[in-house]
Design a protein around this ligand. Structure first.
Ligand SMILES: [Zn+2]
Length: 199
């Protein structure tokens, strides 16, 4: 049952403290599960509607930047790290080698110029709560001088290994989730982008 405006769970941070308002847990009437053949009770359904509060912590800047058309990576700048200079995308806060805090880095231009499909998988059946159109063309994206591979999705054309792709961003009404970032093949026209997305 869709929630009314008053039932939505809203969270703000005031004076450094989480201030939830609205309803975060809604219970609906349960239903029995009967075994029709044996004419016996087998169980019950448990309808529960809950709003989960997902704190982004130190990764918040990554999700906020997507809605502004920017892809932010991180780089280890620790002189004492054996792998100093390694760049990570997806964004991670700490270097996995030296465990020191890394430096945020704007990767948008590098992504525009060097992003390539490393591998892909086309998903015709999604899990619960999926918000993407089916089939989903999941792509693993590689970038020059980046030591990791990013999972994203292709919204125009068909994926191919080695295909050059460019990032697009949901800059109109961003959701502040990873789906605000998607990819299209290089050369895609602005008019072919999904509603709300820009290069
Ligand atoms: Zn390091």
């Amino acid at each position: 049952m869709p929630k009314t405006e008053n039932e939505k769970g809203i969270v703000e941070i005031v004076d450094g403290k989480y201030k939830p308002s609205g309803t975060f847990h809604i219970i609906e009437k349960n239903q029995p599960i009967f075994d029709k053949d044996a004419n016996k009770l087998a169980g019950v359904t448990n309808p529960r509607d809950m709003t989960y509060i997902h704190s982004y912590g130190g990764e918040a800047m990554f999700f906020e930047s997507l809605g502004k058309g920017k892809l932010i990576a991180t780089r280890c700048d620790n002189d004492n790290c054996e792998f100093k200079g390694s760049i990570y995308m997806p964004f991670r806060i700490y270097c996995p080698d030296c465990l020191r805090k890394m430096t945020p880095l704007n990767l948008t231009e590098i992504a525009r110029k060097t992003a390539k499909v490393h591998s892909y998988i086309i998903t015709h059946r999604s899990g619960a709560f999926n918000t993407l159109d089916l089939p989903i063309k999941f792509i693993n994206v590689e970038f020059d001088n980046v030591v990791t591979i990013l999972m994203s999705y292709l919204v125009v054309g068909e994926p191919e290994i080695g295909k050059r792709v460019v990032p697009i961003f949901r800059t109109k009404n961003p959701t502040y989730t990873i789906t605000d970032l998607a990819f299209v093949p290089e050369g895609t026209l602005k008019s072919e982008l999904p509603e709300g997305f820009t290069f």
